[in-house]
Design a protein around this ligand. Sequence first.
Ligand SMILES: O=C(NC1CCCCC1)[C@H](C1CCCCC1)n1c(-c2ccc(-c3ccccc3)s2)nc2ccccc21
Length: 233
Amino acid sequence: KEKVEITKEQRTLMKVIVDAYSTHQIPQDVAKKLLQEQYSADENFLLLTEMATSQVQVLVEFTKNIPGFLSLDREDQIALLKGSAVEAMFLRSAQVFSRKMPSGQTEVLEERIRKSGISEEFIIPMFNFYKSIVSLHMVQEEQALLTTITILTPDRPYVKDQQAVERIQETMLELLRKLCVLQRPQEPQYFARLLGRLTELRTLSHYHAEMLTSWRTNDHKFTPLLCEIWDVQ
Ligand SMILES: O=C(NC1CCCCC1)[C@H](C1CCCCC1)n1c(-c2ccc(-c3ccccc3)s2)nc2ccccc21
């Protein structure tokens, strides 16, 4: 039986990542807004672009706290941010959706999102992903590390020094692996299941541009930052 132990430096690394992850959250809570009232498809599209714009800014701040990220080549830092922003957005959305809410609220939230203006064909894969995240019952350490591992994906477009990214990602993968073994000794496959979600996340993220252009609104207006990140307009 493997004796798994978190080293002192891994504990420090864990604390830095989790603190940064919980500090750099979206200011106003989108779930609360959506539960307060029913918005039109146009209002929902505007809400999404506002939330997404602030999420990208939050993501940039978060990555500055990932040990080693700022020592990467500057252009590679941009390539990693650009390459992971959509996945980070869906992952964060799934985590917002999986939050414990007073009974019946999750169903209301689901209904509001279904009717938000997103075209039907994307609702099923999106909620399949959200429900697969809900079913993992991740703790915040796992959520923070999973987002970090997503950002540190070496094979994003235009990354030059993939080895340098791989080295940092491996540190995070090893830490997450140990956490999963310690957290769920009776579920040896749990770590593999977590990583499997990243594959689902990448597939879902392939549809993001189409999801936006097919949104039931007359005015698909994007901020310059989102045009950069979302490959639209
Ligand atoms: O605000 C949101 N998400 C924030 C993004 C930044 C991080 C915090 C969450 C939207 C709202 C949906 C309803 C209409 C308003 C916007 N949202 C989504 C998305 C559905 C489609 C999405 C998308 C992203 C990129 C490209 C193409 C499509 S995100 N899933 C949610 C699950 C739970 C709570 C909100 C959720």
